[in-house]
Design a protein around this ligand. Structure first.
Ligand SMILES: O=C1O[C@H](COP(=O)(O)O)[C@@H](O)[C@H](O)[C@H]1O
Length: 262
C-alpha cells in the first residue's frame, strides 16, 4: 500500500492539462520499460476532461497508441453506444481520434450484448477477460486476478464513490472477486459493473481525480481517516503510488496539516 500524495492545481482545466502530461509520461515510460502500457479509465466529468486534454496535448504523439491496453474501472450497464456509457463518452473525448489497437480496448459488456440483461454474468465475463490477461502477462505481484495495471484512474464522486463502489453498498466490501455487478446504485443508472477494491489495489499507480466545489467534502472525508465502507475513495490505493489530483476548489476543505495554505 502506498500512502496518498496530493497534487493541487489552480483550476480544473489546469488539472486536466497537467494530469494529461503526467499520463503521457507514465505511458511512454511503461512502454519503454516493458514494451507496452496498461491504463484503466474512469468515467465522469474529471475523467472525460482528462481524456479531452490528452487529445489536445501535442505530446500525445509520443505515445505508441498501438501498444496500449485500455480497461475500464466501471461501466453503466446500458446498451452499446448509449450516450451515458463511460466507453461512449471516452470514445468521444479521445479514443475515436487515436490509432489504438481495437483488440486492446477492453470495454465492459453492454446491456443486451453477449450477456443479455444479466449484469452478474457480464461482470463475471469481464473478470474472466482480466484473468486471461493476467495469466498471459504472468499476473501482478500481489493479485493474480487482474493484470498489473500501470495507471488506474478513478474519478471521486461527491459521495466519495470511486468506480461504481458506493458507500455502504455490498460492492465495497468485496474481497474475493475482481469485478462485480452493482444493483441499486444511488446514482443513475442503478445497474453497473465495477472493479472491486482488491482489483484496484493491484495497480502500480492509482490516480484519484477530484475537481470542483462539489468534491471538496468527499476529498476531506476520504483523506481524513474515514473507513472504506463509508468512504470508498479512502480504500483506493496503488502498490507503488497513490496520487490525489485536485483543483483548489476540491482541496478547499482539506485540513491544514494535509494541505498547508501558506
Ligand atoms: O458515475 C460515475 O461517476 C464517477 C464520478 O463522476 P463525476 O462526474 O462526479 O466526476 C465516475 O468516476 C465513474 O466512473 C462513473 O461511472
Amino acid at each position: 500500500m502506498s500512502a496518498p500524495r496530493l497534487v493541487v492545481h489552480r483550476d480544473k482545466e489546469l488539472m486536466a492539462e497537467a494530469t494529461a502530461a503526467r499520463l503521457i509520461t507514465a505511458i511512454v515510460d511503461a512502454q519503454s520499460a516493458r514494451g507496452s502500457a496498461s491504463v484503466v479509465l474512469t468515467g465522469g466529468r474529471n475523467g472525460n476532461g482528462l481524456l479531452a486534454a490528452l487529445g489536445a496535448a501535442p505530446a500525445r504523439d509520443a505515445v505508441d497508441w498501438s501498444r496500449l491496453d485500455l480497461w475500464w474501472g466501471d461501466e453503466r450497464f446500458l446498451p452499446e453506444g448509449d450516450a451515458d456509457r463511460n466507453d461512449t463518452q471516452a470514445r468521444e473525448a479521445l479514443l475515436g481520434s487515436v490509432p489504438l489497437d481495437p483488440a486492446r480496448v477492453h470495454t465492459m459488456p453492454a446491456l443486451g450484448g453477449e450477456y443479455g440483461e444479466d449484469a452478474d454474468a457480464a461482470a463475471a465475463g469481464y473478470a474472466a477477460e482480466l484473468a486471461a490477461a493476467a495469466a498471459q502477462s504472468g499476473g501482478s505481484e500481489d493479485h493474480g486476478l487482474v493484470p498489473s495495471f500501470d495507471v488506474l484512474l478513478l474519478g471521486v464522486g461527491p459521495d466519495t464513490h470511486v468506480a461504481s463502489l458506493f458507500p455502504e453498498l455490498p460492492g465495497v466490501r468485496e474481497t474475493e472477486r475482481a469485478v462485480i455487478a452493482v444493483h441499486g446504485a444511488p446514482k443513475p443508472p442503478p445497474t453497473r459493473i465495477s472493479l472491486t477494491l482488491p482489483a484496484i489495489r493491484a495497480a502500480r499507480e492509482v490516480w484519484l481525480l477530484a475537481a470542483g466545489e462539489d468534491k471538496a467534502q468527499a476529498a476531506a472525508v476520504a483523506l481524513s481517516g474515514a473507513g472504506e465502507v463509508q468512504a470508498p475513495a479512502a480504500g483506493a490505493y496503488g502498490r507503488s503510488r497513490t496520487l490525489w489530483l485536485l483543483d483548489e476548489a476540491a482541496a478547499a476543505k482539506l485540513p491544514e496539516e494535509l494541505y498547508p495554505r501558506h
